[in-house]
Design a protein around this ligand. Structure first.
Ligand SMILES: [Zn+2]
Length: 352
């Protein structure tokens, strides 16, 4: 529903609502959505999606568009902002977020738009040097619990851009097997990763930015492994990891056991493209992990004698205020090294 999740002040005295700001816009939207649902009731099941996300629309919409994973394509690279999963953190259990400008092609053109905005070659493939921008957008959406979306998909891309399209398919399959975390779960603070960064060329050409000129680009520093953490309704916890590098990376994963509300004991599994494998167990503060060779991995998956890193922008829990930050900082943290192949994603699950 285009324009849904927008609310503006109206000063037209002929509309019968209070002049200026007010709740009349959202009241009107609820009437509209309620009317659509009433007319479809008993005939078919419908889902209503908005053009953005916002608290006021949560009761009316099933899905909310969240294009910010593609922020680099449409906004000024020097505006000082970076996208964070703020809405997901608070409202993830109450709506499904989806959407991006993550495309392997030039933006689409509609015949009804002014001819001067028509691209010379509609849906021409973008330069391969922007591949990792596409992977970054898809990885953000995956670890933030969004429903996968591809913009301007054409079947030929399966053949012409296999690395990128296989990555999207891998994330979609993984998500479908981990809905208890990525769709029905509660967002937890993502673990701090000591993952390498790289300088990536980013294309700047959404359906709004740069249409009148040629594609422009800029460079930025981005992490090669993205992470998110989720607690399922049954209490199990999973960390979603996505490596967007074109080479294998082993990530030291440090988990704050207490903050995540993990059970006292349980098993550890790795859910990846090659299946669901048990890799170890934990009891209290002790973690034991089987050797990676047992599972045929090229990397290692082991326990590291590291303490908990202090989270950036530490939020001190009131009940911890009498403790020294050092002691609360080092207790109940596990550290395991997780091997990831090039362009591989996985979930590391902790639970019963
Ligand atoms: Zn009005």
């Amino acid at each position: 529903m285009d324009q849904a999740c927008s609310s503006l002040a109206c000063y037209d005295a002929n509309h019968g609502h209070p002049i200026g700001g007010g709740k009349y816009w959202i009241d009107g939207f609820r009437l509209l959505a309620g009317d659509i649902r009433a007319r479809c009731a008993g005939r078919r099941q419908i889902a209503l999606a908005g053009e953005g996300c916002g608290e006021g629309w949560l009761p009316s919409l099933d899905l909310m568009l969240s294009l910010q994973v593609s922020k680099e394509r449409y906004s000024n690279p020097k505006d000082g902002w970076q996208p964070i999963p703020f809405f997901q953190t608070v409202y993830h259990p109450y709506c499904i977020l989806f959407g991006n400008y993550s495309s392997l092609t030039m933006p689409p053109y509609d015949d009804l738009w002014p001819a001067e905005f028509a691209p010379a070659e509609p849906l021409k493939l973008l330069d391969r040097k922007y591949s990792q921008q596409f992977l970054l957008e898809q990885a953000r959406a995956f670890v933030w619990g969004q429903q996968p979306t591809v913009a301007n998909f054409l079947p030929a891309q399966l053949r012409e851009r296999p690395e990128e399209t296989e990555f999207v398919m891998q994330l979609a399959r993984l998500r479908s097997r981990a809905l208890q975390y990525l769709q029905k779960g509660v967002f937890l603070r993502p673990p701090e990763l000591e993952a390498p960064e790289a300088t990536l060329p980013m294309s700047r050409l959404s359906i709004y930015a740069g249409q009148q000129g040629a594609l422009t680009s800029f460079e930025g520093r981005y992490p090669m492994v993205l992470s998110g953490a989720w607690r399922a309704p049954d209490g199990n916890v999973a960390v979603a990891l996505a490596n967007i590098a074109n080479e294998p990376i082993t990530v030291p994963l440090v988990l704050p056991q207490k903050e995540y509300g993990m059970p006292r004991r349980g098993g550890i599994w790795r859910l990846g493209p090659s299946g669901h494998q048990p890799i170890g167990s934990f009891k209290g503060e002790r973690v034991s992990v089987a050797s990676s060779s047992h599972f045929g991995w090229s990397g290692r998956f082991g326990v590291h004698p590291l303490g908990c890193p202090r989270p950036q922008g530490t939020i001190r829990h009131p009940s911890h205020s009498s403790h020294s930050s050092h002691s609360s900082h080092n207790e109940n943290c596990w550290s395991v090294a997780v091997p990831l192949a090039a362009r591989e994603a996985c979930l590391v699950e902790f639970g019963r």
